[in-house]
Ligand binder design. Structure first.
Ligand SMILES: Nc1ncnc2c1ncn2[C@@H]1O[C@H](COP(=O)(O)OP(=O)(O)OP(=O)(O)O)[C@@H](O)[C@H]1O
Ligand SMILES: [Mg+2]
Length: 365
């Protein structure tokens, strides 16, 4: 190999985002080309069949079972890189927004935050990985909070988002990742990945509803930061179950009908609309709670997750919330052949987390 060969040797430029959801694994592979994120491949594999349950239902599998599924998925999707970013389920993490004393010196600020964090994390600090973000405050917010004295003194408090993940969860993910032959430089709580993939205007408050299999994650993003997060313990699997019970059908058949018929599935099937009205009622309470506490309005809602693919859900949600509702289109942040667009738009919501992870990983290159 000549000197020039090594100088121009093709650098590994492809990366993958791996979303370990409760009902399925998703992977998205991107490559950087002229500063753009090019979609190379993507795929999904249901976990249910690997753990004695059905497609679309949430599972609780061992690390070994998840590893086997992931290996199959990487092969089926023809993934060609080991360079990965991996999600941490929201359900396994703890997010708390707290107001702490402000310190001008960054290292002093860090000490204050890490000491104070102990009071808010209901677990021994040795059992969790702790991370935190300082919420950037607008001048106006600082002023309204009475922090600015005649323009000279700085703020006296700082809002900090504390993030804790249990060591056991990270150990499980690590064993899956190494078991599947991947190498990863970060694990990210799924909601941060989703934000990167689906929220365009992070300045004004936006509510994201990630309708998964087991639960619906609700969060409010403001100034690019998670201002509020809440899990609703109803998800799309509950619709399948409702259809199965009311129509006396197998879970597998009910799952197919759910996807075919969408939100307004025949009344005799029961289910879709009833379950979504319950999910949205709880989401609305979260929305109102935020608006009241912060005296500002949420300008739009983004629907994501596999449940976000439900036919006619956007129109139904718009009617219920009476504000702008969008169905997430994460693949719009990637370059793909035009003929692929319709399908990518349709399945996009399911892949939001994986796209967000891959986009972050791509930034490392
Ligand atoms: N076209 C569709 N119409 C309606 N529901 C769908 C459609 N496609 C997928 N779903 C449902 O979405 C759910 C899976 O969503 P998703 O893949 O986001 O969940 P997950 O990430 O595995 O779960 P969680 O986020 O709760 O851990 C399943 O219950 C599935 O039946
Ligand atoms: Mg999910």
């Amino acid at each position: 190999m000549s000197f020039l060969d090594s100088l121009f040797a093709k650098k590994e430029k492809s990366v993958i985002g791996v979303d370990i959801g409760s009902s399925s694994l998703k992977v998205v592979q991107l490559r950087k080309e002229h500063g753009k994120a090019v979609l190379e491949t993507y795929g999904e594999l249901a976990l249910g069949p690997y753990g004695g349950s059905e497609v679309g239902q949430a599972t609780n599998l061992s690390a070994e079972q998840i590893t086997t599924t992931l290996k199959d998925l990487l092969r089926e999707a023809k993934v060609t890189t080991a360079s990965a970013g991996v999600s941490i389920p929201f359900a396994r993490s703890l997010l708390t927004l707290v107001t702490l004393p402000y310190r001008k010196d960054p290292s002093e600020q860090k000490t204050v935050i890490e000491l104070e964090a102990r009071k808010y994390i209901p677990l021994p600090i040795t059992e969790v990985q702790l991370d935190w973000f300082i919420v950037p405050r607008s001048e106006q917010a600082a002023f309204a909070a009475g922090d600015t004295k005649s323009g000279s003194a700085g703020p006296q408090t700082v809002d900090v988002l504390l993030v804790a993940v249990h060591n056991d969860e990270l150990a499980l993910l690590q064993s899956v990742v190494t078991g599947a032959g991947l190498s990863t430089s970060f694990y990210e709580i799924e909601i941060f990945s989703t934000i990167r993939a689906v929220v365009d205007d992070p300045v004004r408050p936006v509510m994201v509803l990630d309708v998964g299999a087991a639960s619906t994650k609700t969060y409010v993003i403001e100034r690019g930061v998670v201002a509020l997060s809440h899990a609703i313990s109803t998800g799309s699997q509950d619709i399948t179950r409702a259809i199965s019970v009311s129509g006396n059908l197998s879970i597998a058949r009910a799952e197919v009908l759910k996807k075919e018929q969408g939100i307004s599935g025949a009344d005799t099937l029961g289910g879709p609309e009833l379950v979504f009205s319950r999910i949205f009622a709880e989401a609305r309470r979260v929305l109102v709670q935020y608006e009241t506490a912060h005296a500002k309005s949420i300008t739009s809602i983004v629907l994501t997750g596999g449940g976000g693919v439900t036919k006619e859900l956007g129109a139904y949600a718009k009617n219920i919330f009476s504000i702008d509702v969008r169905v997430a289109d994460p693949f719009s942040k990637t370059e793909a052949p035009a003929f692929m667009r319709p399908i990518l738009e349709e399945i996009g919501p399911e892949f939001a987390v994986a796209v967000g992870l891959a986009l972050r990983k791509l930034d490392e290159i």
